[in-house]
Design a binder for this molecule. Structure first.
Ligand code: IMP
Length: 178
């Protein structure tokens, strides 16, 4: 079934059941990996708000939550490679275990920027978790990317937090541009 978001058409790529199943698996992995510790889960807004919320509900160890906001697509369907830093996390991360939650890693520039920015604050560790990864679009490797929900082809997607022209974030599944 085709859907329309703003002026573009999309079709289903990953349905909500598949997302929920994968979210549970990643949460289980994180809960095991961080057993006995209290990491700070940092949601990177806007795109990761649903993923962060769903993941948190499935994690069964103590965690703290913080948010930061960055933007890099600005209404188009490809990366501008310019990063706008809208707001910073409001907690001291020195000596803490940080898990960054991203919606999608495309060129890798946003994640690289964020890891560089936070590393100077001397966290004990910093890893990233992204719902989606476009391996063929990567322009730089991000060693910190430890948890990935789904690898997808180099195509533009919306839904489950991801937008086109700020629309489509409320879709339950992930849809690709046709
Ligand atoms: P990167 O810096 O190129 O890795 O891009 C990361 C950001 O670009 C993501 O957090 C998204 O906000 C946005 N982005 C990348 N690919 C897509 C897509 O297919 N749909 C919607 N937003 C995307």
């Amino acid at each position: 079934m085709k859907i329309q978001v703003a002026d573009l058409h999309f079709k289903l790529l990953i349905d909500s059941d598949k997302i929920a199943k994968r979210v549970k698996e990643i949460a289980e992995q994180i809960s095991n990996d961080y057993c006995g510790r209290t990491p700070i889960v940092v949601g990177v807004l806007n795109g990761s708000f649903l993923f962060t919320a769903d993941l948190l509900r499935e994690i069964d160890i103590p965690v703290e939550v913080a948010f930061t906001k960055l933007a890099s697509y600005f209404g188009g369907t490809s990366s501008t490679r310019k990063i706008r830093d809208d707001f910073d996390i409001a907690v001291d991360i020195k000596g803490r275990d940080i898990i960054l939650i991203e919606d999608i890693v495309d060129t890798g520039n946003t994640l690289h920027y964020l890891v560089d920015k936070l590393s100077v604050r001397e966290p004990a560790s910093i890893v990233a978790c992204s719902l989606l990864l476009k391996p063929k679009a990567l322009e730089r490797t991000v060693d910190e990317l430890k948890y990935v929900g789904f690898e997808i082809r180099n195509e533009f997607v919306v839904g489950y937090g991801l937008d086109y022209k700020e629309q489509g974030r409320n879709l339950k599944g992930i849809y690709k541009k046709v």
